[in-house]
Design a protein around this ligand. Structure first.
Ligand code: SAM
Length: 259
């Protein structure tokens, strides 16, 4: 269809047929439409390439699971892919899907045990899904309509917003909690529980997680002091990367049920 339009436009130009101004304007519009179509097509191609790269990375993880060796090499490849994608973005190309494969590459780059841990979880029968937004998880295609016995969010944190006021930062974190709870309420069964582990000192204490949960129709059934050694193999990690563990004391695990 595009080719046909091209041929028709160029034929008109070369034959020097200028019937009247109206026709000229119509051709101009047609040309504009054609250019727009081609632009859209290029954009689509770019998107496809990004999706393909992300798919490739997910496939790589699956290969890893099957082979269960060559761990470091696989991770290196994923990191390289991630860098390529970042370079593409710098070039101005649209980065459409940062989730899935790209999250996987981010994990591989930032956390030494991420790839082996997720592979181990899958071997033990867990379903691991990357790139789930806690503020919209009830609508995630793989989770939609499912009911859970427990939904756990350990040390939620919306990020660092140093240029914002303390009040604005608090509102951002509370908004994350509110949206997470809204979603989680839709996803627990009748006897289901939502567990949030959170630091209780200073700024963290001001989040008022029990109050936010109450607004979503939840009651606090227990608030247990958090003790890392109760969870062998688990350690705290920051969301923006780096393999350091952060100080998680004093903290509590809040356990909520539907009222
Ligand atoms: C302080 S880290 C804690 C990480 C880990 N849960 C732990 O226990 O060590 C805060 C985490 O909240 C996650 N987070 C923030 N907003 C989120 C959202 N909308 N959806 C999913 N995770 C989110 C970040 O990606 C980051 O991993």
């Amino acid at each position: 269809m595009i080719k046909e339009k091209l041929v028709s436009i160029f034929w008109c130009c070369f034959s020097g047929l200028k019937k009247n101004e109206e026709e000229e304007a119509a051709k101009g519009e047609e040309l504009e439409e054609l250019l727009q179509l081609r632009e859209n097509e290029n954009e689509e191609k770019g998107k496809e390439q990004q999706f393909q790269a992300a798919d490739e990375m997910v496939d790589k993880e699956n290969d890893y699971e099957k082979q269960n060796n060559g761990e470091e090499q696989q991770a290196d490849e994923m990191v390289n892919k991630s860098k390529e994608l970042e370079e593409d973005e710098e070039k101005g190309e649209k980065m459409v899907n940062k989730l899935g494969g790209v999250v996987l590459a981010f994990l591989a780059e930032n956390y030494d045990n991420a790839i082996s841990n997720t592979a181990m979880m899958r071997r033990k029968g867990c379903k691991v899904i990357h790139g789930v937004d806690a503020t919209d998880m009830a609508n995630h295609p793989s989770l939609k309509g499912l009911k859970f016995d427990r939904i756990v969010f350990n040390f939620p944190y919306a990020g660092f917003f140093k240029t914002k006021s303390r009040t604005s930062q608090l509102l951002i974190h509370q908004d994350l909690m509110r949206q997470f709870l809204e979603n989680a309420v839709r996803m627990i069964g009748e006897d289901g529980e939502i567990h949030i582990t959170h630091k209780t000192n200073g700024f963290h204490g001001e989040w008022d997680i029990p109050g936010l949960a109450y607004q979503q129709g939840l009651q606090l059934v227990k608030a247990e002091d958090f003790e890392l050694s109760d969870y062998p193999g688990y350690n705290t990690k920051r969301g923006f990367g780096g393999d350091d563990n952060f100080n998680c004391y004093p903290s509590k695990t809040y356990m909520f049920r539907l009222i």
